[in-house]
Design a protein. Sequence first.
Length: 524
Amino acid sequence: MVSVLQYAENLSDRQAAEAVRCRLDWKYCLGLELDDPGFDHSVLSEFRDRMAEGDRADKLLAVMVDHLVAAGLVSRRSRVRTDSTHVLAAVRRLNRGELVGETLRLALEELALHGERWLSGMVTADWADRYGRPVRYDRLPRGGEALIRHVLRVGEDGMHLLHGIYDGDAPPELRDLPQVQILRQVWVQQYWYDDAGCLRWRAAKSTRDRASRRSTRQRDTGKPQTDGRPDPATAQVPWATMEIVTPHDPQARYCQKITASGQRDWIGYRDHQTETCEAAVPNVIVQVVTRPAPEQDIDALDLIHKGLAQQGILPHEHVVDGGYSSPDSIHQAQQKWGITLFGPVRADPRADKRPGFTKEDFHIDWQARTLTCPHGITSPPWKPTLGDGHPRLSVLFPRKACRECDDRLECTGNTGGRGRHIFLLPQPQQEIQTRVRHEQKTGRWQRRYAIRAGCEATVSETVHAHGLRHCRYRGLAKTHVQHVLTAAGTNIIRLSECFPPGTAPPRWPRPPSPFQQLCQRLET
């Protein structure tokens, strides 16, 4: 309960312990005597370590939800809504030169603590100058070529250390040290060996590292490479879902997201908050999911439904934005969980190139496996195929029929004389896509969907009032503990400002404005 109150007021551990010792409202809430001396603030850190094990954090929120169900404030089959927000990891952003140097330094620190005698025979005197203090950008060499030589030297030192640990006479327990494992993964992601057996620096996929970007431009000039460096297309760093971007929090990931206000990029995690949205009761957060930053919203949807099912509060309707909803996810939510997933589906991405006829204008004959265009031309039977790893149905109209059609440009969108090519989803998903694309253009659907906007207010409240945006701790498990405690603290604040079920707040009439007073005097 102290942890919940701590996040409700966005306090540090020391401030929370001081509040338990000094504040009367906290003593009253916790049921303590007025002269209770409290406890040391380190107890809270130990408690969070225990909560990070398994699913204990989720059980804490489930206990709160069970009490709210018993009080009549939450229904087991209510309507809920979900939104996500980005969370910044509690680390400094590193470029790739800093990454490899800091990774090797932390591994050396841990090896010095657990295998000092063995490490003393591996290092040389010049290692103290390179790895004796934290690596910073202003201490790295300037210029692309100088930086490449530096990181290759760091790579050779790291490989020397890894060969000694895995192939030499190092104690076996050194292989399982966390920083040694991180060193091994980072070296696989940042270095590679060419055919001649020389260690090489991988090319960067993103623009985060200016030095790597300059060297990539030098290698992409099209001139023959005489220095032995590989083509960047053949040896690049892995995708963001796999790449370790800092050794201080190896579970934090880099992500880019295009929003209405521009491009946002961050290193950290993504928080998914699910809250009730019934009219007669207060809205409370009932479930929280914390995922790595590059994982898309739709990939976390099944975990959200699984968590709601474990809590016994599966909703009859789940309102989400376009990041969660697709014909596949709507169909799966109904079939697997019995939930009506309510949200928009993606419009035809090539509708502007084919302004005359969309896929919805064609008649589908599921028995004959054909498609008929608005002009009455029937396609040959479609062929099963794969699109983005999912089963699709490929429909290709005859080239001759499309070439002779007067609406060819408005339909096919090309002047090459090719026939119209359409991809259909399997029948259940295709029917969902056609129905939702039609309904989401109507005013009735949009008025019903307006309730989803309340998620934005919840995100703003947890970010600005309870400090959700910045991680206090490192690692996915402890970050999830922070998110759960933040949700519980947010619920405490919301419940303290609402009225019991069946009662209504007093409504005092608004005083008339000067103009209204003038009108009243004129009427009399």
